[in-house]
Design a protein around this ligand. Structure first.
Ligand code: ATP
Length: 417
């Protein structure tokens, strides 16, 4: 692509907000003042060339990124978090830049070597070209130089642009997935996100040898990749594809395939007033038909929080007990459901379409009697377990329609106390 064409894209406010353009110019000016070659890399370049709005700004400098970051903070404010070992920094922008996300990564151009498959790489400072060569796919291995007169120069040593045009995900070398099998998950994400294809020799690199290395990845790294998948719009396509490739058995022998019958529910946004998370919903749908032991063991492997494991367990338990609840009075439903996480209940609703679950979430759980503990005390009753029983009885009466106004509640209260 010609420099002018690229500049036109970089000045398009639909692709790069004017706030981001201002930030880029500020960074570019500072890099030029320090005589430090400075590049935007990765997803930014890929999405810009695809004519799609860009999100993250990942900055790579040929020089010391920490020193560069300190000078940016001095000039433009904000805060710097440094990682001395990797010569990288995160610049938390000051509020004068109204941006989302409000931080950006500053990286020293580097080379990586892997001592053994799946391990984290050893890192040494290097050139931008070597920095691009350590990346995952050609479409992510392009850079745009921004310092001074170089603003808008495209660096594409691995022909990423051609692959973008052809819609191909191509690994950079045959050991790529052995070095870092998280790239297999990444390939699956890009494939479905952009409706691209895995280039044929890259596809062949997803083989028993590289799949085997998945076993050595930490739970946290795998879960991070799965979280990213669930955050995507086409997550169902991705999670089904990951199953087809045989990734799951390598993660945990009991990790099931994702049930395609549930795939539509991944994309569903709840209109209810409950905290939702696409990833949590994804894991619930995925594991709801697993046994209790399997859920616990898979949760340990994937480093789930205890809350997440509990929420998945709650889905599986509720789904199993549903036949025993169907036809019950609202109060029975309410007292059975009340202790469970609302999202677990919603997910069981998605797969069962049992109306009572929705009634509970939208109406019943909010129903409370007018009478309070203080009212009971004022009637001369001694505080104790009996208080709870009385209030529960009043609540049940409201839920089941036995009382429908304040006077009826009073009458019932008089009757039972
Ligand atoms: P996305 O839109 O998926 O977030 P991105 O390109 O911004 O895309 P990041 O995960 O933020 O993705 O990574 C930034 C860049 O770092 C990538 O474009 C790629 O060049 C490189 N990268 C990320 N993960 C890996 C990896 N596992 N191996 C090699 N390079 C990677």
């Amino acid at each position: 692509m010609q420099k002018d064409d690229l500049l036109r894209l970089m000045r398009d406010p639909n692709l790069l907000s004017s706030e981001k353009q201002t930030l880029l110019s500020s960074i570019a000016a500072q890099a030029a003042a320090m005589d430090m070659p400075c590049y935007i890399v990765g997803g930014f370049v890929r999405d810009l060339l695809l004519g799609q709005p860009v999100n993250d700004l990942d900055i790579v400098v040929e020089g010391d990124a920490i020193k560069f970051g300190k000078s940016l903070v001095k000039k433009f404010g904000g805060k710097l978090t440094t990682h001395d070992k990797f010569h990288t920094a995160i610049w938390q922008l000051s509020s004068s830049f109204i941006l989302h996300p409000s931080s950006l990564d500053l990286i020293t151009a580097r080379k990586e070597t892997y001592s053994q498959p799946g391990a984290l790489p050893a890192v040494t400072s290097s050139t931008i070209e070597n920095d691009l060569r350590r990346r995952d796919f050609t479409i992510n291995a392009m850079a745009v130089r921004i310092d001074g007169d170089h603003f808008g120069e495209l660096l594409d040593p691995l022909d990423g642009q051609a692959d973008l045009e052809a819609g191909l995900i191509r690994a950079l070398h045959p050991r790529s997935f052995m070095d870092d099998p998280t790239r297999i998950f990444r390939a699956i994400r890009y494939e479905a996100r952009y409706s691209f294809n895995l280039e044929s020799s890259t596809l062949n690199l997803i083989n028993p040898e590289s799949l085997f290395v998945i076993q050595t990845l930490s739970g946290e790294r795998i879960r991070h990749e799965l979280d990213l998948i669930f955050e995507e719009e086409n997550s169902s396509q991705m999670i089904l594809r990951a199953g087809e490739f045989g990734l799951f058995k390598m993660i945990h022998p009991k990790l099931p395939l994702f049930n395609p019958d549930y795939s539509d529910f991944l994309e569903m946004d709840s209109t209810l007033d409950i905290p939702t998370s696409r990833a949590t919903t994804g894991y619930m749908l995925w594991l709801m038909d697993s046994s209790e032991d399997e859920i616990l063991s898979i949760g340990r492997r994937l480093d789930f929080t205890s809350d997440l494991t509990y929420s998945i367990w709650a889905v599986s338990q509720l789904k199993k007990s549903l036949p025993f609840l169907v036809g019950s009075k609202p109060s029975v439903w309410t007292f059975a459901l009340e202790k469970l996480p609302p999202l677990s209940i919603y997910v069981v609703y998605l797969v069962s379409r049992e109306d009572a679950l929705l009634d509970f979430l939208s109406i019943w759980r909010h129903v409370k009697p007018h009478t309070t503990g203080n009212n009971l005390k004022a009637r001369g009753l001694e505080p104790g377990p009996r208080f709870g029983e009385i209030l529960t009885q009043l609540r049940a009466a409201w839920l089941d329609g036995d009382v429908t106004n304040k006077q009826q509640e009073q009458d019932l209260l008089n009757q039972i106390t």
